[in-house]
Design a protein around this ligand. Structure first.
Ligand code: DOR
Ligand code: ZN
Length: 349
C-alpha cells in the first residue's frame, strides 16, 4: 500500500456477496461489480433459484455475456440448498468447480427464500457431506420464528441454530453473511478463523436503524438483516478497523426496481454496487485504519475460501465522486445506495 495519504493502491478486491439477478437487470447492473472487483460470489436466490449444476452453468454464462468489455471478471457460483438438494449433485458441483459453496436460506427469511430450509436438521445429511469435502456453507443467519423480534433474529440464530450446528459439524467451513450485531462479531472473533468467518456490508457499517426513519420512512434503507442499533454499527466498525482476519468484504448489493422498493410490500435490498468499494474506503479512513483496508477487501476472503489472492491492483484517490441518481431499465428504474450524493473517494481511471 502506498504511503501517500491521498492515494491508496491495494490488491484488486473481491466481493464475497453479490446479487446480480437475471435478464434485463443483470445486463445493466453487472458492470458495476465488474468495475471494482475481480471476483464475486453470486447469490443463487433468483425467482427460479440456482439449485443444480445445469442452472448454475447457464446462469454463469449469462453473467459473463453481460460483462461486455470486462473479460477478467470471475463469477463464483453458489448452490441454493433445499431439503431436496441432491447429494450427488452437490458433490459433483463442488468437485468440478461449478459451485464454490452452498447457501442456506432459512425458509421465508428474505427475498426468494420460499424454497429455503424450514428445519435445519432436514439438511444435516448435506452438511455432513460438505464438511467432508470442505465445501463452504454460506448462511443467511436469522431465525424465522415470527415471535422473535426482528432486531434479535441474528443473535438468536447464533444461539439456537449456529452453535448446535457447529458442534455437530466442527470442521464445516461457514461464512455468516452480512453480519449486523455485536453478538455476531464476538462469536466470530472467538471462533477458529479456519472454520468461521463473517462478511460485512457497507450499509451496515455506515448506518444504523435511526437512518431508516429520518424524514419519514426510507424504503431505500430497508434490507435484511435490518439495520440495527448504533452500538452494533460501532461493533462492526471497530472490528474491521482492528485488522481482524475473521471478516471480509461482502457488499450484499441487491438491486430491486424502484416500484418494488416503494410498494406497500416493499422489497428488502440495497443496490450499492456503484459505490460499495468507495464506501468501505471512507469508513476505514474515518476509523483511521486505512492500513487494514487491503486485508479486509482483498486478502481475508481468498484466504478463507482457499483461493489465490489477485495479482491486479486498484488505486483509490481522495477526490469527490458523485454517485449516479438512477439506472434506467426499460420503463423501470433502479436507484442506487446514496443516489446523487458525494463520496470522498474515487477510483483512479
Ligand atoms: O436485503 C436483502 N436483500 N437481504 C437479503 O438477504 C437478500 C437480498 C435480496 O436478494 O434482495
Ligand atoms: Zn444477500
Amino acid at each position: 500500500m502506498s504511503k501517500l495519504l491521498k492515494k491508496i493502491t491495494i490488491i484488486k478486491p473481491d466481493d464475497w456477496h453479490v446479487h446480480l439477478r437475471d435478464n434485463e437487470i443483470l445486463k445493466k447492473v453487472s458492470q458495476y461489480t465488474g468495475k471494482f472487483y475481480k471476483r464475486a460470489i453470486i447469490m443463487p436466490n433468483l425467482d427460479q433459484p440456482i439449485t443444480n449444476c445445469f442452472r448454475s452453468i447457464s446462469y454463469r454464462r449469462r453473467i459473463l455475456n453481460s460483462m461486455k468489455s470486462n473479460t477478467q471478471f470471475q463469477p463464483l457460483m453458489i448452490c441454493y440448498l433445499t431439503e431436496k438438494t441432491s447429494p450427488k449433485e452437490l458433490k459433483q458441483g463442488f468437485s468440478e468447480k461449478i459451485f464454490v459453496g452452498a447457501k442456506l436460506y432459512p425458509n421465508y427469511s428474505t427475498t426468494n427464500s420460499k424454497y429455503g430450509v424450514k428445519n435445519i436438521k432436514d439438511i444435516y445429511h448435506l452438511l455432513k457431506i460438505m464438511e467432508k469435502i470442505k465445501m463452504p456453507l454460506l448462511i443467511h443467519g436469522e431465525e424465522i420464528d415470527p415471535n422473535i423480534d426482528i432486531y434479535d433474529r441474528e443473535a438468536k440464530f447464533i444461539e439456537n441454530t449456529l452453535k448446535p450446528l457447529r458442534k455437530k459439524f466442527p470442521e464445516l467451513k461457514i461464512i455468516l453473511e452480512h453480519v449486523t450485531t455485536e453478538e455476531a462479531v464476538s462469536y466470530i472473533e472467538e471462533s477458529d478463523s479456519i472454520y468461521l468467518a463473517g462478511t460485512i456490508t457497507p450499509h451496515h457499517l455506515m448506518l444504523n436503524r435511526n437512518n431508516m426513519f429520518i424524514n419519514g420512512i426510507q424504503p431505500y434503507l430497508y434490507c435484511l438483516p435490518i439495520l440495527k442499533r448504533k452500538k452494533h454499527q460501532i461493533a462492526l466498525r471497530t472490528v474491521i478497523s482492528s485488522g481482524s482476519k475473521h471478516f471480509f468484504l461482502g457488499s450484499d448489493t441487491a438491486p430491486h426496481f424502484h416500484k418494488n422498493k416503494i410498494d406497500v410490500f416493499g422489497c428488502a435490498g440495497i443496490f450499492n454496487a456503484p459505490s460499495s468499494l468507495l464506501c468501505y474506503v471512507s469508513v476505514f479512513e474515518k476509523m483511521n485504519s486505512l492500513k487494514h483496508l487491503q486485508s479486509f477487501c482483498s486478502e481475508n476472503g481468498p484466504n478463507f475460501y482457499n483461493m489465490p489472492i489477485n495479482k491486479e491492483t486498484i488505486t483509490l484517490v481522495k477526490k469527490p465522486h458523485k454517485i449516479l441518481k438512477k439506472i434506467d431499465i426499460g420503463n423501470n428504474v433502479i436507484v442506487p445506495f446514496l443516489a446523487g450524493e458525494k463520496l470522498d473517494w474515487s477510483i483512479e481511471t
